[in-house]
Design a protein around this ligand. Structure first.
Ligand code: 3PG
Length: 308
């Protein structure tokens, strides 16, 4: 019997991305089911019952979902951050979890610059703003998105610094990026700070008073990573003390209304998380997810497994 792959996306992929996955599945003899914009988490719990493989975006693959998926062997998060997968629950059932690293990173990096320009130009209000040229850009975490940010920053003639204790500093130096030794050094120097850290227990609420207070005058923090890494209470307190500091995020904070009410145009939040929401990134990530699943079933390839 043909194996069944389910694409479950509250925020759908572009139609072309889904078409490409359909073609791959029919050529390779896999059944494909698609469930988009599902209103309730329980819909996902019900839909996974008899699937062999699951492709998701930021959809929450909880223990309840894993437990309901009797035939599930592999789940692929079509994207980078897999904080939405309960990897422990999957591991307990020997279910493989993967992500598709790098497939949507240019899209996220481009949005970070869109947000920087938007903030520098006062939300495009027609009044005099400032330029990115010659400003210092701090990149917090130099993975796939961080590297794309650094590539684009060169075109803006920015001075680039990065902090990432998990990456060989030579990679940054080869890219013409100054590798700073401490996170404090990064925050202390960056006129623009672009966040690319994952949400894990060690990073949650880590962007706190200590880091925010040492940012230079008129600094802007850009978050296209995760809301959980921000210490929101500290952010609000520091922005009240420092009327020069700005914050823009692609992920609506828990205290979004309070931030908007207190700080007006010093903050900006996209209406919906959209960093990876481009045609190109959707195609790259969806196709990679499908190919990784088929490659696992047919060749046992676990290259992108994250719950090893
Ligand atoms: C990622 O981790 O890849 C991004 O946050 C994209 O998330 P999305 O697929 O929900 O747009």
């Amino acid at each position: 019997m043909a194996k069944k792959i389910l694409i479950a996306t509250v925020k759908p992929f572009a139609a072309q991305a889904v078409e490409n996955v359909k073609k791959i599945c029919s050529e390779k003899g896999y059944d494909l089911e698609i469930m988009e914009k599902y209103p309730e988490q329980n819909d996902l719990v019900k839909a996974v019952k008899s699937v062999d493989a699951l492709i998701v975006r930021s959809d929450k693959v909880t223990k309840e979902v894993i437990d309901a998926a009797e035939d599930l062997k592999i789940v692929v998060r079509a994207g980078a951050g897999y904080d939405n997968l309960d990897c422990d629950a999957a591991s307990a059932r020997k279910i493989i979890c993967m992500n598709t690293p790098g497939q949507n990173s240019n899209a996220v990096a481009e949005l970070a610059f869109g947000m920087m320009v938007f903030m520098a130009r006062g939300h495009f209000n027609g009044k005099p703003g400032t330029e990115l040229k010659d400003k210092k850009l701090g990149i917090h975490a130099y993975g796939n998105v961080g590297r794309n940010v650094s590539r684009i920053a060169k075109g803006f003639d920015m001075e680039i610094l990065a902090f990432d204790p998990f990456i060989d500093q030579q990679i940054m130096l080869d890219d013409g990026v100054k590798a700073v030794k401490t996170v404090e050094e990064l925050y202390n120097q960056s006129d623009y700070l672009s966040l690319h850290i994952p949400s894990i227990p060690a990073t949650q609420k880590s962007i706190n008073r200590q880091l925010l207070t040492i940012m230079p005058q008129n600094a802007t923090l850009i978050n296209t990573a995760r809301k959980e890494v921000i210490h929101e209470e500290d952010l609000i307190a520091v922005m009240q003390e420092r009327t020069d500091l700005k914050y823009a995020s692609d992920i609506a904070p828990v205290k979004k209304d309070e931030l908007l009410e207190k700080f007006g145009t010093r903050v900006y939040f996209t209406p919906k998380k959209m960093g990876a929401q481009t045609l190109e990134a959707n195609i790259n990530a969806a196709v990679a997810a499908a190919n990784q699943i088929i490659n696992y079933f047919e060749n046992g390839d676990t290259t992108f497994q994250v719950n090893k």
